[in-house]
Design a protein around this ligand. Structure first.
Ligand SMILES: [Zn+2]
Length: 302
């Protein structure tokens, strides 16, 4: 795993000098001058005299489960990744991420008043830990009885992850919430006689029951379950803003309340084995919009 991680870091470091990443800058075509048509809608803003030359800077972890952080110069009108609009903060910074199973070729486009900067973002494929086992997958599917319990839990998770709190932790370097042996890697998967099981959606950090862990980045608590959920146990979800959030599963105790603002490094919960867990550990997962991400790419090596 160390090798894989190093590759990802190198990939990111090379971004600035990658030939495939050269800006493709095209001037907007000249617009015909129309003097008699009525003015409809808002007039297009003209670039302020003080706006710098349009530019786009991007760094990140250019691999599946990774992310980009970028900054567009002042005067940017929009930034899209593969046609999907990204949220651009007042200082021009933005964030986007790549699902575990994301395609490898992406296109980032920034539109300015009279320039369009297009950049190809190539990410690397990961070599996931896939274990093929010669046993049948357990009869899948949820029973009606289980779904009656599960559906309201699932709806609360979906609603919490959709909350938009305006937190700005997405701009920060992330801390490890706890240190300890990593007992489960993000993305690992079992294949049962050719039939894939669901992959591991987070990273597991083994730790003693009751060990305190901290917020990896600033955020707002969007879910802190007062009673254990059937799978996640006591579940804590922190919104880091801009569509990025962290979930912490199997807590023995949650130390913060819904709506509370937390700071990077602040104690937020205690490790446990509540819900479906074989022993005390912290399962930490990160999502951006619908993409599942690898926490180790946010923190660097422990
Ligand atoms: Zn886990």
């Amino acid at each position: 795993m160390i090798g894989k991680f190093a590759t990802a870091i190198v990939g990111a470091a090379l971004l600035a000098g990658c030939a495939a990443d050269r800006d493709v800058v095209t001037e907007a075509p000249p617009q015909p001058t129309v003097t008699s048509a009525p003015v409809v809608g808002k007039p297009a803003p003209t670039p302020a005299a003080t706006d710098p030359a349009p530019s786009l800077r991007v760094t990140g972890q250019l691999t599946q489960g990774g992310f980009i952080r970028g900054t567009a110069s002042r005067g940017v009108r929009s930034v899209t990744l593969d046609g999907e609009p990204l949220r651009v903060a007042d200082d021009g910074s933005f964030f986007a991420a790549f699902d575990r199973d994301a395609d490898l070729d992406h296109t980032l486009v920034a539109i300015f008043a009279n320039k369009r900067i297009e950049r190809r973002i190539a990410i690397t494929a990961r070599d996931w830990d896939i274990e093929r086992v010669n046993v049948a997958r357990r009869p899948g599917g949820m029973t009606d009885a289980f779904w009656r319990i599960r559906e309201p839990e699932w709806k609360r998770i979906v609603a919490a992850r959709a909350e938009d709190t305006g937190a700005t932790g997405w701009k920060q370097e992330f801390l490890w919430p706890a240190t300890g042996r990593i007992s489960g890697m993000f993305g690992s998967q079992r294949i049962y006689q050719g039939e894939p099981g669901s992959y591991h959606s987070g990273i597991d950090i083994a730790g003693g029951e009751g060990t305190t862990y901290v917020a990896p980045a600033d955020g707002v608590v969007v879910l802190a379950t007062p009673e254990p959920f059937s799978l996640e146990g006591y579940l804590l979800i922190i919104d880091h803003g801009n569509g990025l959030n962290s979930a912490f599963l199997h807590n023995s105790a949650i130390l913060v309340r819904e709506g509370e603002t937390v700071k990077r490094g602040q104690p937020i919960g205690r490790i446990g084995a509540s819900g479906r867990a074989t022993g005390p550990h912290l399962h930490w997962s990160i999502k951006w919009r619908d993409a599942r991400l690898d926490p180790i790419l946010f923190t660097g090596p422990m």
